[in-house]
Design a protein around this ligand. Structure first.
Ligand code: XMP
Length: 310
């Protein structure tokens, strides 16, 4: 049986040994894995760890504030928040292809991160990698390795959660006193809302996506379904439809709801949700968010569809 308290004690000692007096850096997204890795490492080496939250402008509503409140104010981590919204949105201008969007975001993220790593003279990179991340993707990657950043900086990689699975990481998160909003956070793709506003990423579509997503999350939590579902979110389609508000016909955006159950994201199915819940979400989105004409509900399982739309 996994014993979170014992793991925490042993892992703090191990991290101290691995890092010593060197400066370390971690990219903190607010997801449960990077959060637990950051808090454990902070317990081991204190302010020699710098956590970096890159605000790409592609985050969910309130995410940046929540990360600041939890990690800087409550847990006392040395946190740098980088406002990189303009850099990301400029780099994405005119780009419609999902894989191209992913590539641009991934590359820019590493560039921004490297700038901070250079500033603080980091020698170690802490990552929240868990077992499925390397078993399923790279299989043979060595447990001790270095990573070279684009401008040549080389960092030694430390992965305190390398042998763990998601349920164990959630137990650690609870034991470490992280709030439920982080312990039970739904998976969120690295490229963020860029793959949830289909086609070109614009401020208008992002704003609709953020607001609609906040409504979906709020209603699902109110209905106490959040812990049963794998992911529940809103997507803005890359096309418009006609709607009518009062006497006025308007041609406006379409929001799709994606709500799935899954164990590991390899397959997923759409559960039968209370119809009044779906109607309530739809009503709130069309009445509270300007420029949305319709809300549609995706009833496609994975396979054949993926969980994300892009
Ligand atoms: P799909 O859409 O392939 O998603 O069924 C499976 C799981 O992976 C997440 N996902 C991503 N995560 N970068 C990520 O870090 C990505 O580019 C990405 N695309 C999909 C998705 O949210 C789901 O949990």
């Amino acid at each position: 049986m996994f014993n979170p308290q014992k793991f925490i004690e042993e892992s703090i000692e191990e991290i101290k040994k691995q890092i010593g007096n060197r400066k370390a850096i971690i990219a903190l997204s607010g997801g449960v894995d990077s959060s637990v890795a950051a808090v454990l490492t902070h317990k081991a080496i204190g302010d020699n760890l710098t956590a970096v939250f890159v605000d790409t402008g592609l985050m969910r509503k309130g995410e940046r504030e929540e990360v600041k409140k939890t990690f800087r104010d409550k847990l006392g981590l040395n946190l740098i928040v980088v406002d990189a919204k303009d850099r990301f949105l400029n780099a994405l201008k005119g780009v419609k292809d999902p894989e191209e969007k992913r590539k641009i975001i991934g590359k820019l993220f590493i560039e921004v991160f490297e700038e901070i790593a250079e500033q603080i003279k980091a020698e170690v990179l802490v990552q929240g990698t868990i077992a499925p991340d390397w078993i399923e993707t790279k299989g043979n990657i060595k447990s001790h390795h270095n990573v070279a950043l684009p401008h040549g900086m080389v960092l030694e990689v430390v992965e305190p959660l390398r042998e763990l699975y998601k349920d164990e990481v959630r137990l650690l998160a609870k034991e470490l006193g992280l709030p439920d909003s982080i312990v039970y956070r739904q998976p969120f793709p690295g490229p963020g809302l860029a793959v949830r506003v289909l086609g070109e990423v614009t401020e208008e579509k992002l704003e609709i996506c953020r607001e609609a997503n906040a409504i979906v999350e709020e209603e699902i939590k109110k209905a106490k379904l959040d812990k049963d579902l794998w992911q529940y979110f809103a997507v803005v389609l890359d096309c418009k439809a006609t709607g009518v508000k009062g006497d006025v016909r308007e041609y406006n955006w379409i929001v799709a709801l994606r709500i799935v159950k899954s164990l590991d994201a390899m397959t997923a199915h759409v559960p039968e949700l209370p119809f009044d819940l779906l109607k309530r979400i739809s009503k709130r989105i069309t009445s509270e968010i300007p420029n949305v004409a319709r809300v549609v509900f995706d009833i496609t399982d994975k396979p054949p569809a993926t969980i994300e739309f892009e």
